[in-house]
Design a protein around this ligand. Structure first.
Ligand code: UGA
Length: 443
């Protein structure tokens, strides 16, 4: 066991996955939550959301006596050397960031620091708009503890870059680690936790660390939107956007990832973060035009599925439409800002009978809409008797479906794919009508 003891505040994606990764690296790590059931579940190696491999990693940490759960923030901070604050920073109705959880937990940390003799570093890990660590978190910690940051305790900002569905890989083998600190001692202490991680490590100041996270997420969201914009232009000229972007991405300065066009980006991060930095910039007198456009294109992109269906197959009213994939991407049950919602609703509004299936996210999706949608328990059941099939996220289970399945089960084997799940030449050769946004054969 390593000598540093770690507290992770928050048992969401970032807190639990990173906590389990720290335990894997030999650190005594306690994840806190306000929900006692989650602590109880953790003890038996259970996790509150679906993430491939996480349950096994958590169990390994628990069985080794290194990973623990608790509902007591203050006691855990007091008993540790570093606290990573990983609570959620959701959007407010106007798109700006809700820092309520960060404020509340910073108060707890400050209260704990008050009675502590040993040196402790507080690390902001949640995605927070620039200046939050030094202008909001620091004053709360100092007020509650009666101590001074940079003298009596350390303060860092360490953004998280993990992707849902690939969170284990990303947290155990990150591309890079960024630590912004109020002073060198704080940074050096946090870097000790990352000693066993083999990747480039960057030291910087607090605000730059905060901004790096927004820069990364906004650039990735912009890449996707750029591909979507070109997909819409490609359609006019009968050019296949996937082939085009393959050629574009071969330029090492551009790189091929996050250029997959389709129905737009969803999830708890890109939409929230692009909105938050846009709102912050506007509040401070700058209107970020590129980011506004990214949000704008992303709103309309999923609606192109219904337009495409109408243009290709005629009025969808009364048609049975199989919708495959309800989570915002494969390998997660997360439906936050999923593009499946505007797609499903636009088809229902056009009078279609939507029959939806997802391997993990159906129950979560049901809570998002009261529209008349039928939910079934397999992809094949959704396809039965359908006039067309919409693929919203490319789960491996859908990839396994063959042209024969679509032809055998559907009334008409028509697929509109939001993700390019299959090889179009193969599908079309095998007798399926297979189209997608920005494809050569789209309209
Ligand atoms: C994203 C970032 O990729 C992580 O680096 C970051 O840590 C995380 O946000 C966060 O801020 O916590 P995540 O939202 O889990 O991770 O998922 P992504 O794999 O980035 O996908 C986001 C959305 O973009 C999905 O809806 C996906 O389908 C879509 N996407 C992705 C595309 O439409 N095209 C692409 O080429 C890639």
């Amino acid at each position: 066991m390593k000598e540093l003891k770690i507290t992770m505040i928050g048992m969401g994606y970032v807190g639990l996955v990173t906590g389990a990764a720290f335990a894997k690296h030999g650190f005594h790590t306690t994840c806190t939550t306000r929900t006692p059931e989650k602590v109880k579940a953790l003890k038996s190696g259970k996790v509150p959301f679906y993430e491939p491999g996480l349950e096994e990693l958590v169990k390994e940490g628990v069985d080794a006596g290194l990973l623990h759960g608790s509902t007591d923030n203050i006691a855990c901070v007091k008993d540790s050397d570093i606290t990573f604050n990983c609570v959620g920073t959701p959007s407010l109705p106007d798109g700006s960031i809700d820092l309520g959880h960060v404020e509340k937990t910073s108060e707890d940390i400050g209260t704990a620091l008050k009675d502590m003799d040993r040196y402790h570093v507080v690390v902001a890990k949640s995605t927070i708009v620039p200046s939050t660590t030094d202008s909001l978190i620091k004053p709360i910690l100092e007020e509650k503890s009666g101590k001074k940051a940079g003298e009596d305790f350390g303060l860092c900002m360490n953004p998280e870059f993990l992707r849902e569905g690939a969170a284990l890989q990303d947290s155990l083998h990150p591309d890079r680690i960024v630590v912004g600190g109020i002073d060198q001692r704080s940074i050096d202490t946090v870097m000790r936790v990352y000693e066993g991680f083999d990747c480039p490590k960057m030291e910087t100041d607090l605000r730059t660390a905060e901004m790096i996270k927004y820069g990364a997420n906004c650039l990735l969201a912009t890449k996707i939107t750029f591909a979507n914009e070109f997909a819409n232009i490609c359609e006019i000229f009968g050019v296949d956007v996937y082939e085009m972007m393959r050629g574009v991405g071969l330029d090492f300065r551009i790189n091929p990832s996050f250029l997959n066009a389709g129905v737009g980006f969803g999830g708890s991060c890109f939409p929230k973060d692009v909105n938050a930095i846009t709102a912050t910039a506007k509040k401070n007198g700058y209107n970020p035009r590129i980011l506004n456009a990214v949000l704008d294109v992303n709103e309309t992109q999923p609606l192109r599925m219904a337009t495409m269906a109408k243009n290709k197959f005629g009025d969808v009213s009364g048609k049975r439409v199989a919708l495959l994939g309800l989570s915002f991407k494969p390998d997660t049950d997360d439906v936050r800002y999923t593009r499946a919602l505007p797609i499903a609703e636009s088809f229902v509004e056009a009078g279609a009978q939507v029959v939806a299936y997802d391997p993990k996210a159906t129950e979560n999706f049901k809570r998002l809409t009261d529209k008349d949608i039928t939910y079934v328990s397999s992809a094949k059941e959704a396809l039965k008797g359908a006039d067309m099939c919409i693929i919203q996220s490319d789960w491996a289970e859908f990839k396994d479906l063959k042209a024969e399945d679509f032809k055998g089960l559907m009334k008409s084997p028509n697929i509109i794919d939001g993700r390019r799940t299959y090889d179009p030449d193969r599908m079309i050769k095998d007798g399926v009508t297979y189209i997608g946004i920005g494809w050569k054969n789209g309209l």
